[in-house]
Design a protein around this ligand. Structure first.
Ligand SMILES: [Zn+2]
Length: 342
């Protein structure tokens, strides 16, 4: 049993392009993948990759109402143009027009983190929550905002880039050129950097992590630290606790600005669950403006994992296509003198 109407979602990441047919209940009915073309290749090659993935999914006789694209990068608020994508050769790329010429379907382009936040709002950890902020802890920090049941994209489409909020004046240098950015303290990269620096300093307390990587700090990864923490390694737990505390500090700032009911924490580091989230909740409560005199947002782990971007992009396309159909019916009614049905 599928829950119609169906839409295609495409998640364009740094290494993989993942696409799937998604029903109105958020279930992925079919999926396919391609390698992301190298960033030096022309926009046309990336389009070819997207078109080939979507065409593969369309060849099954389903009725598809639209295609949603979730791309890592800045997407203009018109949901047509990718302003800048760090992993691709897109600079002010008119992606909707380019794909619309080749795929005879309505196309909707969004930032991948916006799409993921929407998926968690509709089908995941934030189901039923009208005001939600998603914070993705990967190599950096990305985010998406759903307020009053709508994605908040901002005037220029660039809302939700939380990773470069300054949390420490004159803090650690960030690749963005500033210092003390949140993602230098609360991301997967920060976790690995701290663990490596302890190892390189020859600290006697790192023996468990040391064994896991055969004595080579360069082999250390975020998932290895999480695994060690789950197995009870006190140092790995302390490192995750430190990341969690910084997470809570930044979240308190976001609560002051946006006042959501739920923060959904996603990305690789979130797999640590309460080892990360309990310290985050404690720091959040300590830092929150007006604590004790206001309702407090809950902080929960994301539920949809790697497919959140794909599912959210598809669902945003499904909603967008319905809005388009409604507007067209309204136009026809205006010309013909009757009212649109529904
Ligand atoms: Zn930065």
């Amino acid at each position: 049993m599928t829950d119609g109407p169906l839409a295609v979602g495409v998640d364009i990441g740094g290494t993989k392009v993942a696409a799937g047919v998604v029903d109105a209940g958020g279930a992925v009915l079919r999926r396919t993948r391609r390698d992301t073309p190298h960033r030096s290749t022309s926009p046309r090659v990336v389009e070819d990759t997207i078109v080939s993935a979507v065409e593969e999914l369309l060849g099954h006789g389903d009725e598809i109402v639209g295609v949603g694209i979730g791309a890592a990068g800045f997407v203009a608020a018109d949901r047509a143009t990718v302003v800048f994508a760090p992993h691709l050769s897109w600079r002010n790329e008119p992606l909707r027009a380019a794909l619309g010429e080749r795929l005879d379907l309505p196309i909707f382009v969004d930032n991948d983190a916006n799409a993921a936040a929407w998926a968690e709002h509709r089908f995941g950890a934030g189901r039923g929550e009208s005001h939600l902020v998603m914070v993705n802890l990967g190599t950096g920090i990305g985010g998406g905002i759903v307020l009053d049941g709508r994605v908040l994209r901002g005037r220029f489409g660039i809302a939700g880039e939380f990773g470069h909020m300054q949390v420490v004046p004159d803090g650690i240098r960030c690749e963005c050129g500033n210092r003390g950015c949140w993602e230098q303290y609360a991301s997967g990269n920060a976790l690995v950097r701290e663990a490596r620096s302890l190892m390189s300093a020859g600290s006697p307390v790192v023996s468990d992590l040391f064994e896991r990587v055969g004595g080579d700090p360069g082999e250390l990864t975020g998932p290895l630290v999480t695994e060690a923490a789950r197995d009870g390694d006190p140092l790995a737990r302390e490192l995750l606790g430190e990341i969690g505390r910084w997470l809570g500090v930044g979240i308190a700032d976001l609560a002051a600005a946006l006042d959501p009911g739920t923060f959904v924490i996603g990305g690789g580091v979130s797999a640590a669950g309460d080892l990360l989230l309990e310290p985050a909740r404690a720091a959040f409560r300590r830092q929150l403006t007006g604590r004790g005199y206001r309702p407090e947002a809950t902080i929960v782990q994301a539920q949809l994992g790697n497919e959140a971007g794909l599912v959210g992009a598809a669902d945003l396309a499904r909603v967008g296509a319905a809005d388009l159909a409604w507007a067209e019916a309204g136009d026809r009614a205006e010309r013909g003198g009757s009212t649109p049905a529904g």
